[in-house]
Design a protein around this ligand. Structure first.
Ligand code: TRH
Length: 391
């Protein structure tokens, strides 16, 4: 029998979060962030069930990949191996979250249905700015056979959704970093970035391989302004290798024209925030880095996770329609970066247009961050909703 709750304090809320790592790091990135925030800020006893500990280790180096159960930063991490297992109703937590409709083990669902009161069961969905989300957020979905109801919980950009993951003190930490004239250079120096490279326009590059990276590199290389592009190891490897002329391992770097490209190690999650804060412009992707780039209050270009039949273009356009910093050049860049415009990507004209708007984008990005902060944060919203259902 598996026990998820044996070490619980008597009155603390307990919660199980199930995460299936589909591809890349976004899913575990989001779940790990949520698990830590629920534990540290709300005192929730969190058990995080993860199927892929290797991917987890990439964003959290403390994870042991051969461990069934481990406690990391106050969160109980369990290796979710399969759909088998017998679970005891007495061990069920107060709240069960399945991330992105991952199927939790049938035996677990059965045990949930057998306890009193039954756990609040939530399906935490993916982030999209599409308007239909507002109508579906918190909708109930009764189980066809068992006396259980699952509720949809959607993150989002306004108060009619669950909001975004924003840890308390995040903006204060960001502000302190930005106010310290040495912080960015000292942080980047840990990865070999020189003072001269930091003094240039610094750009972090996190995207999928489909982006027109070589075109952008050419525009940067032939431009009139020194640019340092910092790219995490394992990202855009073909384009980076072509530019460097050697394998893109951490520490590799090369300069052509006005562009220096430097490969950084893939850093733990909290350092990724610092990288965003240290750069003048960020290219982010997927869901979690997309949100972190917005919370950094810096201009950013989003590469959305590609979907069949270009469904992602609908999501991209929905975001651009609400995004306060979507100036004409930024819109044009994001559409081109995602292959969502009719014409050729043509970075030779799009990049200078965007560069000219950067001072204005600095201000608009900060205003957008303020707007997001006003919506409250997802962890608090989620607990409030769970408490309202459990009443
Ligand atoms: O890894 P991603 O491509 O994840 C995506 C999306 O979540 C997408 O919606 C999902 O459907 C797909 O995977 C399968 O990009 P994302 O969401 O930005 O997640 C990356 C995580 O990695 C994020 O938590 C930030 C973290 N990260 C680090 O910790 N260190 C690093 O050096 C970098 C570059 C990222």
């Amino acid at each position: 029998m598996l026990s998820t709750t044996s070490s619980q304090a008597p009155h603390a809320t307990s919660l199980a979060l199930f995460c299936k790592v589909v591809d890349n790091y976004g899913d575990i990135g989001i779940c790990w962030r949520l698990a830590r925030q629920l534990q540290t800020e709300h005192g929730v006893i969190v058990t995080l069930w993860v199927d892929d500990l290797k991917s987890f280790q990439r964003i959290c180096p403390e994870i042991a990949t051969d461990c069934e159960t481990q406690e990391i930063q106050g969160v109980i991490v369990r290796h979710w191996r399969d759909q088998d297992g017998v679970f005891d109703a007495a061990d069920m937590p107060d709240i069960v979250i399945e991330f992105f409709a991952c199927d939790i083990p049938p035996g677990y669902i059965k045990a949930m249905s057998e306890c009193t009161p039954r756990p609040v069961w939530l399906n935490l969905e993916g982030l999209t700015a599409e308007a239909w989300v507002e109508g579906c957020h918190t909708l109930p979905s009764p189980h066809p056979q068992l006396p259980l109801t699952k509720y949809f919980f959607f993150p989002g950009f306004n108060q009619r959704t669950g909001g975004l993951q924003i840890e308390s003190g995040l903006t204060a930490r960001c502000e302190a970093f930005l106010a310290d004239p040495r912080a960015a250079a000292d942080f980047l120096a840990k990865f070999g970035v020189t003072e001269a490279e930091t003094a240039a326009l610094t750009v972090s590059l996190f995207c999928y391989p489909q982006a027109p990276i070589a075109d952008l590199f050419a525009a940067w290389r032939d431009g009139d302004r020194a640019i340092t592009c910092l790219v995490p190891e394992g990202v855009a490897t073909d384009a980076v290798q072509a530019f460097l002329g050697r394998p893109p391992v951490a520490g590799a770097h090369a300069t052509q024209g006005t562009l220096t490209v430097r490969v950084l190690p893939f850093v733990p999650q909290p350092d990724y925030d610092k990288l965003l804060w240290a750069c003048d412009l960020n290219f982010a992707r997927g869901e979690d880095s997309f949100v972190r780039a917005q919370l950094a209050g810096k201009p950013f270009v989003w590469h959305i996770y590609p979907q069949d039949e270009n469904l992602h273009h609908v999501k991209l356009k929905a975001f651009l329609a609400i995004y306060k910093a979507a100036t004409p050049a930024m819109q044009a860049m994001m559409l081109a970066w995602n292959g969502a415009c009719m014409e050729q990507a043509d970075m030779a004209t799009r990049w200078p247009a965007l560069a000219a708007e950067l001072p204005q984008l600095d201000d608009l990005s900060m205003e957008w961050r303020q707007q997001l902060l006003a919506n409250g944060d997802l962890a608090s919203n989620l607990l409030k909703f769970a408490a309202s259902v459990r009443k």
